[in-house]
Write a protein that binds this ligand. Structure first.
Ligand SMILES: [Zn+2]
Ligand SMILES: [Zn+2]
Length: 163
């Protein structure tokens, strides 16, 4: 069992990493799972990198309020309840593409707005992107995992959807 020698210790006692809250948080951050496709949000690929991390919306949380609690209020999320989830970049891109109002996309360098283009279009059209094959292999995997999850959902709810 590895001990934590990075984070503050209680009375100078070293804790095993599994009992150090900071270590556990870091581990969860690094190993977040996308709730939609079920795959990892960590994009380290075939070569594990020391500082590889999760990409996307990681450990996001949302709560309802008194006025939104469904059945008692006008919303869909319960009051006094936290919903925590992560979404990988591929699932975010998939969601963005389906949004009636696309997300606002702004360049960090000159703060100019550009219109949203799905990742596949950017990779296919932009000359400067070199690792096109890697992208499409990864995208195909994620699309398949997400489609499998959506298929299960639709089969379970087919009556409600048709009605
Ligand atoms: Zn620690
Ligand atoms: Zn995903």
């Amino acid at each position: 069992m590895k001990t934590c020698d990075t984070h503050p210790r209680y009375l100078g006692l070293r804790k095993p990493r599994s009992k150090c809250q900071k270590c556990v948080e870091l581990f969860e951050l690094k190993n977040a799972t996308c709730n939609l496709c079920g795959l990892t949000c960590n994009l380290e690929g075939d070569i594990p990198r020391k500082f590889a991390s999760s990409y996307g919306l990681i450990n996001a949380s949302v709560s309802g309020g008194f006025d939104s609690t469904p059945g008692n209020g006008q919303g869909a999320l319960d009051d006094m309840t936290q919903y925590q989830f992560s979404l990988c970049e591929f699932c975010l891109d998939w969601l963005f593409e389906r949004c009636k109002v696309p997300p606002r996309v702004t360049d960090y360098i000159d703060y100019r707005d550009e219109s949203f283009r799905p990742a596949a279009e950017r990779v296919a059209k932009d000359e400067w992107r070199k690792q096109k094959t890697i992208f499409f292999v990864e995208k195909e995997q994620r699309d398949k995992a997400r489609n499998d999850a959506l298929r299960v959902f639709y089969l379970k709810n087919v009556d409600a959807i048709v009605a």
